[in-house]
Write a protein that binds this ligand. Structure first.
Ligand SMILES: [Zn+2]
Length: 147
């Protein structure tokens, strides 16, 4: 997958490629859930947090000209905010640069779905896989890609 190339219906391989690119970014890969955000995620559950992600994206990212674009996503206090920085879905310029979704126009429903899927996928990995097993996951993803 070429940088900036983008599909609204990504398959597992495309997600694997995206997450591999993100893992190579020092800035993106340093974002981790803290104890508080992890506890919140576990308490609310994946579905509720996904609903919240959709609401945040609709309010803060979807408008053609989002308020405070570039600074609209806090660095902590909600698992979705952390996931947004980790997946480069924090603002419209990151969305354009990493996901090929152009800035300056309102997000369509499929683009919102895509962003929510990227965020929930990151949260799923972050909350189910310990740091120690991430290396073996990476090699698993490589094996899948080779198929
Ligand atoms: Zn950003």
């Amino acid at each position: 997958m070429v940088v900036g190339e983008h599909s609204l219906q990504p398959n597992d391989q495309m997600f694997a490629a995206l997450f591999e690119r993100l893992s190579k970014s020092k800035f993106r890969s340093r974002f981790r859930l803290g104890a508080k955000e992890r506890a919140y995620y576990e308490q609310k559950g994946a579905d509720e947090v996904a609903n919240q992600a959709r609401q945040f994206i609709k309010a803060r990212l979807a408008p053609a000209q989002p308020a405070n674009d570039g600074k609209q996503t806090p660095m902590r206090n909600h698992p979705v905010f952390i996931a947004q920085h980790a997946t480069a879905t924090c603002c419209r310029s990151c969305l354009a640069k990493w996901h090929g979704i152009p800035a300056g126009k309102e997000l369509i429903e499929e683009e919102i779905d895509y962003v929510v899927r990227v965020i929930t996928q990151w949260l799923k990995c972050e909350t189910t896989i310990s740091q120690r097993t991430q290396i073996s996951l990476k090699s698993k993803i490589k094996m899948q890609k080779a198929k």
